[in-house]
Design a protein around this ligand. Structure first.
Ligand code: NAD
Length: 243
């Protein structure tokens, strides 16, 4: 995702330096980001560096988008925080706690979660996640930057795993997978029902708006009847490893 996020930022007019521990990937990453930047009449430059200190020097905003591994992210964020006294340090994670990622940073108040959705140039939302130590100024500046880039930035005020989007998404996936595992329907049926009912509606109307639309009394009656039988598994369904 990093190269496409870089492309969006350069398209917004800022100069971007890409860095990757695998130097062989940098040429292709610069090509993708530059192509995206060229869609703007006033793009920033796109360059790369194999040196982390060189890549982050003089930056106002640094974002990591490395593998989803807590230890690797902690190490990188700590290293970056040693190299900059003023930059915002954003971490692009799908589900990892921002507070844990910032645990070894010298300035955890400048570490903020930015959960972009893939592909980041097509999905408008970026969830801006407050870690336990993230300052309000850093949140505000990150939201302002993302809005300048044309993104729909939303604030997530508590650092819960999966933030908002992935919690909602995986609550649905858990139930879909459980229905298949329990033999209620086959996988095709679960997907077909989803795509042709709530899938059609969700793009226009969120779950809370829908609850209001159908009526909060009906919503309460449905919840009382159905919630006791929904999956409450706190582990990945074994079917995921047997298929
Ligand atoms: N792929 C998605 O759909 C998606 C969606 C939302 C968020 N994310 C999050 O974005 C992050 C990146 O995901 P991705 O799919 O682009 O991963 P990816 O594996 O495609 O890319 C990760 C890159 O990080 C580099 N890297 C690994 N360790 C490094 C280090 N210490 N220093 C510098 N570079 C390092 C790798 O060489 C690789 O090029 C993850 O945290 C992921 O959870 C991914």
């Amino acid at each position: 995702m990093g190269r496409r996020i870089a492309g969006i930022i350069a398209r917004g007019g800022a100069d971007v330096v890409l860095h990757d521990s695998n130097a062989e990937l940098l040429e292709g990453a610069v090509a993708v980001a530059s192509q995206m930047a060229s869609e703007s009449s006033t793009p920033g430059t796109v360059t790369s560096s194999t040196s982390l200190p060189e890549a982050v020097a003089n930056s106002d905003f640094i974002t990591e988008a490395i593998i989803e591994d807590l230890g690797a992210k902690q190490q990188l964020i700590a290293a970056i925080s040693e190299l900059t006294e003023r930059a915002i340090i954003a971490t692009n994670t799908s589900v990892l706690p921002i507070t844990s990622i910032a645990e070894f940073a010298t300035a955890p108040d400048r570490v903020v979660g930015t959960h972009w959705w893939n592909p980041p140039d097509l999905i408008p939302i970026v969830e801006v996640v407050r870690g336990e130590h993230t300052s309000t100024e850093v949140i505000d500046r990150t939201v302002a930057l993302l809005e300048h880039l044309g993104k729909l930035a939303v604030r997530v005020e508590r650092d819960v795993p999966g933030f908002v989007g992935n919690r909602l998404q995986h609550a649905l996936w858990r139930e879909a997978i459980a229905l298949v595992a329990d033999g209620v329907c086959d996988a095709e049926t679960a997907d077909l029902v989803c795509r042709n009912t709530i899938g059609l509606r969700l793009a226009q109307m969120g779950p809370i708006e829908t609850a209001d639309y159908v009526g909060l009394d009906l919503t309460r009656a449905i919840h009382e009847a159905v919630l006791p039988s929904l999956s409450t598994d706190t582990f990945a369904n074994p079917i995921l490893t047997t298929l």
